[in-house]
Ligand binder design. Sequence first.
Ligand code: ADP
Ligand code: 5GP
Length: 197
Amino acid sequence: MSAASRGKPHSTSDGRPRLTVLSGPSGVGKSTVVAHLRKAHPEVWLSVSATTRKPRPGERHGVQYYFVQDEEFDKHVANGELLEWAEFAGNRYGTPRRAVLERLEAGEPVLLEIDLQGARLVRQSMPDAQLVFLAPPGWDELVRRLTGRGTEKPEVIERRLKAARTELAAESEFDTTLVNTSVEKVSAELLALMGIS
Ligand code: ADP
Ligand code: 5GP
């Protein structure tokens, strides 16, 4: 496989599947890959984050995200309810802590799709987590995908591309890199990394 693996076993010493974190620049295809993977393997539990971003057409509360107001997000932070949170391109995003810990405790494979800052925080608080970086085949293709998705205004695309330069420079912090040339291929690679086939 084309994974550049800096290697970690699939499970912790007590045999439980480890938490897997998928990160990568906006527009690289994270959501597309995860949706494809979960169609074939619905047992992979994907954390639903809270965000202050407005829903895109077709996005539903409780499915892609919990869409919340600033005040509610503040409360989640103040109450320690988030495993991690970060500000990304003008909005806040955070992972509800309890649901993730419960699923891990139950021995289920758990996947987080979060940004670089969040991945770094998870690494600090849960050193057993497996960090996977999804990379584009090239810069121009990333721009094409982000622009082609048609969900953001030009100034938001600019902010996201600026963040992408920082994220791409941090690739070596991850345990493994997968290059998203083909959704099918990269989904299979990610499943293999999670110890599922
Ligand atoms: P992200 O979740 O990383 O922000 P998306 O999953 O929304 O990215 O994908 C961004 C765009 O790229 C979408 O229009 C999607 O259909 C497209 N895309 C995703 N993966 C591929 C791929 N392997 N080849 C071509 N286009 C892709
Ligand atoms: P989008 O607005 O495109 O859905 O997401 C923007 C970025 O926020 C993506 O990199 C996505 O992975 C990240 N993100 C989504 N949920 C979370 C979260 O709970 N925490 C963090 N740190 N990042 C998140």
